[in-house]
Design a binder for this molecule. Structure first.
Ligand SMILES: Cc1cc2nc3c(=O)[nH]c(=O)nc-3n(C[C@H](O)[C@H](O)[C@H](O)COP(=O)(O)O)c2cc1C
Length: 222
């Protein structure tokens, strides 16, 4: 198969402003709670990442990235930076049947899933999903959209009332409309501005990711 992708050329603002009055004479004001990311609300980083495990020169393949001698998937690396910076829990979204470990088979399976609308079964189960109110969702761009496993992920959980923050890595296609896709599937979630980078920039992306987290009010206070 042709290696087509080279030319691709909170805010969770207020959890807090609940106030009410009872029917009697006392007005009860719930104290305003300041939102401090990583402390008084629960943050999860859920990500899908499929670095190619073999047969690929890690120095030239951008489907994985080496930082300080350690090997990561591109989105995996972004997820680690985000969870370290925000104090979030982190979980990898994995399919029940692992994807092939070589590019051609992976690309053709991903294309088949996409063309046939297949939502693959997931191995990942997040039992305490309801405990989280802010969820970073990370994925690579596959065939100009999210991997179909991400659709399985959105099928599996109820995001109503939650804050959703997308992040993504690509080979040149940018977001490819995926933020709108998520917003369309999760109309009752609050979407916050996400972060998307080229796989060529992942290794040096930590500062940029932290600046974005600061902008959206999610950088954990030190
Ligand atoms: C099956 C497959 C399809 C891809 N399709 C696209 C695409 O349509 N547009 C794009 O910009 N990059 C595409 N890429 C490149 C990935 O988005 C990029 O390598 C990303 O960094 C992979 O992240 P990961 O290492 O965390 O899995 C594709 C990669 C694969 C494996």
């Amino acid at each position: 198969m042709k290696r087509y992708f080279i030319p691709f050329a909170l805010l969770c603002a207020s959890l807090a402003f609940a106030s009410c009055s009872d029917s009697e004479d006392n007005e009860i004001n719930t104290p305003i709670e300041e939102v401090v990311p990583g402390t008084n609300h629960r943050v999860l980083v859920a990500y899908f990442s499929e670095p190619l495990p073999d047969g690929v020169d890690a120095n030239t393949s951008a489907s994985r990235v080496i930082v300080n001698g350690d090997l990561y998937g591109s989105v995996e690396y972004m997820a680690i930076v985000i969870s370290d910076a925000t104090g979030a829990d982190r979980v990898r979204i994995q399919t029940a049947t692992p994807y092939p470990g070589n590019f051609d088979d992976l690309a053709s399976q991903a294309d088949n899933e996409r063309q046939n609308g297949i939502h693959p079964a997931l191995a990942t189960e997040i039992e305490n999903f309801d405990d989280y109110d802010v969820i970073f969702v990370g994925y690579p761009i596959w065939w100009y959209q999210m991997p179909m496993a991400m659709y399985s992920f959105f099928d599996a959980y109820d995001f109503a009332g939650k804050t959703l923050i997308p992040f993504s890595c690509h080979g040149g296609s940018g977001w490819s409309g995926t933020v709108d896709d998520i917003a369309g599937m999760e109309p009752r979630a609050t979407m916050v501005d996400g972060y998307s980078i080229s796989r060529n920039s992942v290794a040096g992306s930590e500062n940029g990711i932290r600046e974005w987290l600061q902008r959206i009010g999610m950088l954990e206070q030190q």
